[in-house]
Design a protein around this ligand. Structure first.
Ligand SMILES: NC(=O)C1=CN([C@@H]2O[C@H](COP(=O)(O)OP(=O)(O)OC[C@H]3O[C@@H](n4cnc5c(N)ncnc54)[C@H](O)[C@@H]3O)[C@@H](O)[C@H]2O)C=CC1
Ligand SMILES: CC(C)CC(=O)C(=O)O
Ligand SMILES: [Mg+2]
Length: 406
């Protein structure tokens, strides 16, 4: 798995933070360096959110802290309200203070938001609206969602072993445009007096070009294949999408570009997922296809994500939601959030060694047979969220002991 994640060196892309790779320090990082006795020091905003969010973020924070400590790096955490918990405390799903803190940090780690309690709220008072505001506010337009089948979890896949094993896909999802943000939207009444609800799928050429460039670059660092997924047989926004992606291909002659309609892509993902390397798609299709891809890997509880923009802090979160059906029961799989913390280290801070520590600790913990319920198979050891975190921590600790011996 480590290899699969590392196969996507986002840090080499133009928009990512490159301090550790030799790029100049940004002013905020320089300030961090000046104030701290540690060699490298960063400010991290934690947004636990709702449901299982606080459970998985607590575990990921401990793993993150230990992994960086072993590399002589200091993280300063501040925790802020977000989603339903923010609504209850402040009346809005994304308080100004939370957005300001997130913007002013070096990276943001989010759990998940939402829950039954707020499901019937008006749109502007929904936890999900706060999440969209956060993504827009941080301008993180590129959402990377790796879906790789780990050898240890082939049996947890819903697909046959021969179909699932070796799958290694990167979904590059446009995150701050499309139908989740398009206007007009709302409720109305049609000419027949029937109530209507409407949304708008809209993309500008520049929005398409910037996400397509990211995807071409990502594909270049992987296996050189890019599949653009759209609905260009029906939707004007997709027609423009396909035209712009096709035009950009001339700048990336080494990349094998293909196009696929989203309905076919949904089918192909379960028919023959190994045909895909990098997928680039719009906000809503990427949301849906990445949830589908997660089940090839065994569980949505395994998939991390990184959202980045041209500048400013990145946002790192598991792809799953707040899972209200299992919240508060210590049943959540924390590995997606732990792996999101590894993405934070690699792509958000350029701390490659610490990222590798976390990824290899996750692999080792799975090798030892520990499984939460969502990835359990006979012969493995069923554990809860906290225990899984403790086992990952132990393996990070043992890396230190091994290093001391060697
Ligand atoms: N990024 C975010 O914060 C997201 C928030 N949501 C919100 O989350 C709430 C629940 O949405 P759902 O559609 O049920 O999606 P969900 O992803 O929360 O849950 C779907 C299914 O996957 C399981 N699951 C999810 N994460 C898991 C984990 N770490 N370990 C084990 N099992 C896990 C859940 O128990 C559930 O059966 C809604 O309010 C929704 O709007 C949904 C998706 C993303
Ligand atoms: C809750 C939505 C706003 C987002 C979502 O489902 C996702 O980003 O995966
Ligand atoms: Mg989703």
């Amino acid at each position: 798995m480590a290899a699969a994640l590392q196969a996507t060196p986002l840090k080499t892309l133009a928009f990512s933070r490159r301090r550790a790779a030799g790029a100049p320090l940004r002013p905020r990082q320089m300030a961090s360096f000046r104030c701290s006795a540690a060699a490298r020091s960063y400010n991290i905003t934690l947004l636990p959110g709702d449901g299982i969010g606080p459970e998985v973020v607590a575990v990921a924070k401990d793993v993150l802290s230990l992994a960086v400590a072993l590399e002589g790096v200091e993280l300063r955490f501040q925790e802020k309200l977000m989603g339903g918990s923010a609504l209850d405390a402040t009346g809005v799903p994304l308080p100004d203070e939370t957005l300001a803190a997130a913007r002013d940090s070096d990276a943001v780690l989010l759990g998940a938001i939402g829950g039954y309690k707020w499901d019937n709220n008006e749109k502007h008072l929904k936890p999900e609206t706060g999440l969209l505001q956060l993504r827009a506010g941080l301008r993180v337009f590129a959402n990377l969602r790796p879906a790789a089948v780990l050898p240890q979890l082939v049996d947890a896949s819903t697909l046959k072993k021969e179909v699932a094993e070796g799958v290694d896909i990167m979904v590059v999802r446009e995150l701050t445009g499309g139908i989740y943000f398009g206007k007009p939207r709302g409720f109305g009444t049609n000419d027949n007096g029937d109530e209507t609800g409407f949304n708008t799928e809209v993309y500008s050429a520049s929005e398409i070009d910037r996400i397509a460039r990211v995807a071409f670059e990502v594909a270049r660092k992987r296996r050189g294949k890019l599949c653009s997924v759209d609905k260009a047989n029906v939707l004007e926004a997709s027609m423009l999408w396909r035209r712009r992606v096709t035009a950009l291909a001339s700048e990336f002659p080494d990349i094998e570009l293909s196009h696929m309609y989203v309905d076919n892509a949904a089918m192909q993902l379960v028919r023959n997922p190994k045909q895909f390397d990098t997928i680039v798609t719009n906000n809503i299709f990427g949301d849906i296809l990445s949830d589908e891809a997660s089940m090839i890997t065994g569980s949505i509880g395994m998939l991390p994500s990184a959202s980045v923009g041209e500048s400013g802090p990145g946002l790192f979160e598991p792809i799953h939601g707040s899972a209200p059906d299992i919240a508060g029961q210590d049943k959540a799989n924390p590995l997606a959030t732990i792996l999101s913390a590894a993405m934070l280290l690699r792509y958000g801070l350029g701390e490659e060694n610490a990222a590798k520590r976390i990824e290899s600790a996750v692999t080792e913990t799975l090798n030892q047979g520990f499984r939460t319920g969502d990835i359990y198979s006979p012969g493995t050891t069923l554990v809860g969220c906290k225990r899984m975190g403790e086992e990952v921590l132990k393996t990070v600790e043992s890396q230190k002991a091994m290093a001391a011996i060697n």
